[in-house]
Design a binder for this molecule. Structure first.
Ligand SMILES: [Cu+2]
Length: 297
C-alpha cells in the first residue's frame, strides 16, 4: 500500500532496522543471486536440448511414432511453462533490482484485486483445458485398450512380470497364442525382452510383489506394474537395436538392479530367437546335434 511508512535510515529500532542495516551491497547480492539461478537454468536447458550428444536431454529421438507425438506434447508444455517462467523471473528480477537501488522505496502490498484474480484464474484454466483436449487422442492411443492397433490387441507377444528385482518374460510357443495362464510349452527368459520391429505389439504387464514401473525411455513407454492387475501396453518399434528397459519406481533395496533390455529385431530374427529359446528349454542332454550346436552358440 502506498500509505506504508518508510523507515528513515539510521533510525534505531523498528522493523526495518535489519533491512536498512543490510546495506546496498547485501541487497545487490541478493538481487544478483536470485537473477543468476534462473539464467543458469535457462542456459542449462538450452545447451541440453541443442547439444543432444551431451546426453543431458532425451535419449535420442523416439523410435516409435507415438513416442514422437508424446515428445511434441512435451515440447508444447515446455514452451508454455518456459514463457511463464521467463516472465515471472523477469518480474522478480525487476522488483529486486528496483529495491536494491533505492533504500527509501518499500514494497507495495495488494490485499486483493478482483481483476488480477480473475486473470490469473482464467488464463491457466484456459491453458489447462486446451492441453487436456489437445492431448486426448494421444492419451487414448497410448492407454485405452479399445484404441490400441488391432494387430497388437489380437496377439500379445509376451507377458512381462516385474518382481524384486528382475523382469520375467513369458512367450507363447511359436505359432501359439499367449494364454492368461502359463502353458507347459511357454517359453521363458529374464531381463531380455525381444520384439519384432515395424509391427504393433502388445505386452501383458504384471507384478508379482510390489509396484514397479515398466520404462522404455527410447520408446517413451512407461507404465506402472501393479500387483493383482494385468495391464496391457503396446508399442511399435521402428528401429532395430537394443534399448534400455528399466524400472522407474523405487521398489526396494535392489531397485537399481532392475535394468534390462528390449531387443527390437526383424520378424525373422524374432522367430529365430523364440525357436532357440524353445530348443534350449527342451534340451535334455540327449538332444540332436543341431540342438546342441544351437545351445552352444
Ligand atoms: Cu522395480
Amino acid at each position: 500500500m502506498s500509505s506504508a511508512k518508510v523507515a528513515k535510515p539510521g533510525k534505531p529500532g523498528g522493523e526495518n532496522l535489519v533491512f536498512q542495516r543490510g546495506g546496498f551491497t547485501v541487497r545487490k547480492f541478493w538481487c544478483a543471486f536470485f537473477v543468476f539461478w534462473p539464467i543458469v537454468a535457462i542456459i542449462y536447458s538450452l545447451i541440453s536440448s541443442l547439444v543432444p550428444s551431451l546426453g543431458w536431454w532425451f535419449p535420442g529421438p523416439s523410435v516409435t511414432e507415438l513416442g514422437q507425438r508424446i515428445d511434441n506434447l512435451f515440447y508444447l508444455i515446455l514452451y508454455i511453462v518456459t514463457a511463464v517462467f521467463i516472465g515471472t523471473q523477469i518480474a522478480m528480477g525487476y522488483v529486486l533490482w528496483r529495491a536494491s537501488h533505492s533504500k527509501d522505496e518499500r514494497a507495495w502490498f495488494s490485499h486483493g484485486s478482483h481483476s488480477l484474480e480473475v486473470i490469473w484464474s482464467v488464463v491457466p484454466s484456459v491453458i489447462l483445458l486446451f492441453l487436456a483436449l489437445y492431448q486426448m487422442d494421444v492419451w487414448a492411443l497410448f492407454r485405452v485398450q479399445a484404441y490400441f492397433p488391432k494387430e497388437a490387441r489380437d496377439a500379445p507377444i509376451a507377458e512381462v512380470t516385474a518382481r524384486q528385482f528382475e523382469w520375467r518374460i513369458r512367450y507363447p510357443a511359436p505359432g501359439k497364442k499367449l494364454q492368461l495362464k502359463p502353458q507347459p510349452d511357454d517359453l521363458y527368459d529374464v531381463n531380455d525382452l525381444h520384439a519384432p520391429i515395424n509391427r504393433a505389439v502388445m505386452i501383458q504387464l504384471r507384478s508379482e510383489d510390489v509396484q514397479h514401473s515398466f520404462f522404455l525411455p527410447h520408446l517413451r513407454v512407461k507404465q506402472d506394474a501393479i500387483p493383482g492387475q494385468i495391464i496391457p501396453i503396446w508399442f511399435k518399434a521402428e528401429k532395430q537395436g537394443i534399448f534400455e528397459l528399466t524400472c522407474a519406481e523405487l521398489c526396494g533395496w535392489g531397485h537399481y538392479k532392475m535394468r534390462a533390455q528390449l531387443t527390437a529385431e526383424r520378424e525373422v530374427e524374432f522367430e529365430a530367437y523364440l525357436k532357440k529359446l524353445q530348443a534350449d528349454q527342451n534340451y535334455d542332454g540327449h538332444a540332436t546335434p543341431s540342438a546342441v550346436a544351437k545351445k552352444d552358440e
